[in-house]
Design a protein around this ligand. Structure first.
Ligand SMILES: Nc1ncnc2c1ncn2[C@@H]1O[C@H](COP(=O)(O)OP(=O)(O)O)[C@@H](O)[C@H]1O
Ligand SMILES: N[C@@H](CCOP(=O)(O)O)C(=O)O
Length: 316
């Protein structure tokens, strides 16, 4: 299970007192998750999630807090940081940076249908519309330059066919880097997978885990989401689900001609990004009691994305 820092009840009670949310009724560690320690916390004042930041870009926590405040103000269902009685959002517990957020209702969807995908497309458009005129800048630490820098050394552990696949994809990223970075920008979630979205019945009730959020080309966010939400077991795209997600998005933010042209490239870029990060994680966490996701899933996806059967809906 992925609780890296266990907590004693008395230290949690001391931490929670300044929020003025009443007595601690219960708490339990959350097994899902791979980066941080998360706890469901039940107080007289409601249900919350406590996150202890275990790794990652701690210096960027003010960015995440600011972005989630913007999204909460725009009425998107997100885990914004609650303030204690002195107005502090970012505090410390057990020597780690700590945030208390509302617990969002709903469950993860393992096998999404076209309706779920349209909800995800609509949510993503709302995120981009809420931020594109006042982008909060943050570079992704797993962006194009990271892929170009890390890819060649990670290739050393791949077989010949995989090396050729990765080499071609990295060459395309190198050639099209500037065109990709010139696409229309906003703040991105940049990790909008099924395990970061909650549904209450058919209604999207929450999006969590903003620790990959950054500023960048909006189309990249769509490619990441489509690759996870609209994928078949063999890595190919499911047309009806992909068209539902893209169509619901485009109603709120129509795509540009440059985006339509770069769409197949962005699907490949998004495949490379998670293939590489999963290769790194598989090695770093080998043998540990941490959820390790299969890098092969994204290798298969990249193979499939050499031909893209779902164009971006774009009206001339
Ligand atoms: N605000 C929240 N509301 C409801 N559930 C949450 C919330 N935050 C986290 N969770 C639950 O905790 C799990 C792990 O959270 P996540 O942010 O993915 O962890 P990690 O940062 O370790 O990847 C999620 O899958 C979800 O079930
Ligand atoms: N959703 C990703 C995990 C998050 O990416 P990371 O680079 O922050 O580990 C996946 O399924 O691989």
């Amino acid at each position: 299970m992925s609780v890296f820092t266990p907590l004693e009840r008395h230290e949690l009670e001391t931490f929670l007192a300044p929020y003025g949310l009443g007595r601690l009724k219960d708490f339990q560690g959350i097994a899902a998750g791979t980066e941080n320690s998360n706890f469901f916390v039940s107080l007289e004042g409601g249900e919350f999630v406590l996150t202890l930041i275990e790794r990652g870009p701690v210096q960027d926590l003010p960015f995440f807090i600011d972005l989630l405040d913007v999204l909460h103000t725009a009425h998107l269902p997100v885990p914004y940081a609650l303030r204690d009685e002195s107005g502090e959002a970012l505090r410390e517990l057990a020597g780690k940076p700590a945030l208390l957020q509302p617990r969002l209702p709903g469950k993860h969807v393992g096998y999404p249908n076209a309706h779920h995908c349209s909800e995800v497309g609509r949510w993503l458009a709302c995120l981009h519309l809420a931020t594109r005129d006042r982008i909060i800048e943050r570079r992704s630490d797993r962006g194009l330059d990271w892929m170009l820098a890390e890819g060649p050394s990670l290739a050393l552990r791949l077989d010949d066919a995989e090396v050729a696949l990765l080499r071609d994809a990295l060459a395309e990223i190198g050639e099209r880097r500037d065109a990709i970075l010139a696409l229309p920008r906003a703040n991105l979630h940049a990790d909008l997978f099924r395990d970061n979205v909650l549904f209450d019945g058919n209604h999207l009730s929450g999006v969590i885990d903003f620790y990959n959020a950054c500023a960048g080309p909006m189309l990249y966010d769509l490619a990441i989401a489509v690759n996870d939400w609209c994928v078949e077991a063999d890595g190919s795209l499911d047309g009806p689900r992909a068209r539902a997600l893209l169509g619901a998005y485009a109603v709120l933010r129509p795509f540009t001609p440059a985006e339509a042209e770069l769409w197949p490239t962005l699907l490949r870029v998004a495949s490379v990004r998670f293939w590489l990060s999963r290769l790194i994680a598989a090695e770093a966490f080998a043998g540990q009691d941490v959820l390790i996701k299969d890098p092969g899933e994204y290798r298969r996806m990249l193979e499939q994305r050499r031909r893209v059967n779902v164009p971006l809906p774009f009206a001339l």
